[in-house]
Design a protein around this ligand. Structure first.
Ligand code: FAD
Ligand code: UDP
Length: 366
């Protein structure tokens, strides 16, 4: 007889949903996390009355009604709509690429004028079928926007020139011929009033949780503690990197409390020139329309990932996806271990994808 039905490695959104649903069905669960807090990357921490997104800005958005209804049982959302500002030298532009951006860049006023300008730049660049991110970007918004708002930011973010990056990364950004600065196309969007951590607290209420506990430091004990394991850590590490190491991109966050009530006038300001080492500054209070006398800002510096660093972004290029497939084949043969989440499935999932994946996993396994 094992002590638990499920050992859940990782108290992020995936692991916590699985634990909540399993617990609801009478299964006994142990959740472990190597960090000193629950919540994974959606963790928020209160500083001077402001909810600080400890691991980068997290804006919830989805078009999936089921997912939207599911998350709202744990928290109420505000009406926040993400509309970042992009700064290039001393110019500022609206994001995502829309009529406000085109007007600022070229002085055009009508959608027709903007389309003609972009079309002309595509023709000059002689791009038929985009083969890399640079060509894809130019074919979406033309060369001027590529040069000022994409080339530097993307080079910093991924540590590679745009000519060596896959096209899909830039395809997720909307290009709109309306004066609409909403960064997402989804039907539902917002920020949980009072932060994300309370969501995870509610999910894990009444469930055994062990923090500061790395699965790999206690592998022997933990593998025998439960009938099944839900693993949301790095899949390559689980298999001792037997086929080689997957690549990730990491980040460094620099957070400051400032004695001013409004530092930049927007929650997200991107810094798009290559020469500035951070990609964006987040001013957390603006996610919740905060009126506190002080403010908290975070600069986000992309960094090269090395073993032991936080693996924030899987590098989903062809080489890494092929390597992941080999691990996935091993995973399919397991009957005791289920791999889930961003690191277990090696895919850059947003929160709404994670909820959908976790509920699918619950349906298949519980
Ligand atoms: P995680 O949150 O990474 O949780 C995994 C947990 O497992 C972690 O707590 C980790 O400590 C633990 N763990 C790992 N290995 C071990 C081990 N060996 N032993 C014990 N514990 C272990 N999504 C959006 O929808 N909107 C956004 O605006 C958005 N912005 C983002 C910004 C940044 C900078 C990042 C990095 C992500 C962003 N995301 C956003 C994505 C979002 O963070 C993820 O979809 C979600 O957090 C993934 O949940 P998860 O449970 O799979 O992983
Ligand atoms: N991007 C850019 N300029 C910007 C914002 C984004 O070039 O001002 C590019 C960048 O390559 C980024 C991609 O668009 O990785 C996708 O943007 P998103 O906001 O989805 O970034 P992520 O979620 O990867 O941080």
């Amino acid at each position: 007889m094992k002590t638990y039905d499920y050992l859940i490695v990782g108290s992020g959104l995936f692991g916590s949903i699985f634990a909540y649903e399993a617990n609801k069905r009478g299964k006994k669960c142990l959740v472990i996390d190597k960090r000193n807090h629950i919540g994974g990357n959606i963790y928020t921490e209160e500083i001077e009355g402001i909810q600080v997104h400890k691991y980068g800005a997290h804006i919830f958005h989805t078009s999936n009604k089921l997912v939207w209804d599911y998350i709202q049982q744990f928290v109420e959302f505000n009406r926040y709509t993400n509309s970042p500002i992009a700064k290039y030298k001393d110019e500022v532009y609206n994001m995502p690429f829309n009529m406000n951006t085109f007007h600022k860049m070229w002085g055009v006023i009508t959608p027709q004028e903007a389309k003609e300008k972009i079309q002309k730049q595509i023709q000059e660049a002689q791009i038929d079928q985009p083969k890399n991110l640079e060509e894809q970007a130019i074919s979406m918004v033309g060369k001027d926007i590529y040069e000022k708002l994409i080339k530097g930011y993307t080079g910093k973010q991924w540590g590679k020139p745009c000519t060596e990056l896959p096209t899909f990364i830039i395809k997720r950004l909307p290009v709109r011929f309306t004066y609409d600065n909403n960064y997402f196309n989804d039907l539902y969007q917002g920020i949980p009033i009072g932060g994300y951590t309370q969501i995870i607290e509610k999910m894990l209420d009444g469930i055994d949780v062990r923090l500061n506990c790395d699965f790999f430091d206690n592998r022997e004990e933990l593998e025998n503690i439960a009938n099944k394991i839900v693993f949301t850590g790095m899949i390559d590490q689980y298999y001792n990197y037997c086929f080689g190491e997957l690549e990730y991109r990491s980040l460094r966050f620099e957070t400051e409390l400032l004695n001013t009530d409004n530092y930049q006038g927007n929650a997200v300001v991107n810094y798009n020139e290559y020469e500035i080492p951070y990609t964006r500054i987040i001013e957390h209070k603006h996610f919740e329309y905060g009126t506190q006398p002080q403010t908290v800002i975070t600069r986000e510096y992309p960094t090269t990932w090395e073993k032991g660093d936080e693996p924030y972004y899987p590098m989903n290029d062809e080489k890494n996806n092929m390597l992941y497939q080999k691990y996935q084949e091993l995973a399919h043969k397991e009957d005791k271990v289920i791999f889930g989440g961003r690191l277990g499935m090696y895919k850059y999932f947003d929160m709404h994808h994670i909820i959908a994946e976790a509920l699918k996993c619950v349906e298949e396994n519980l």
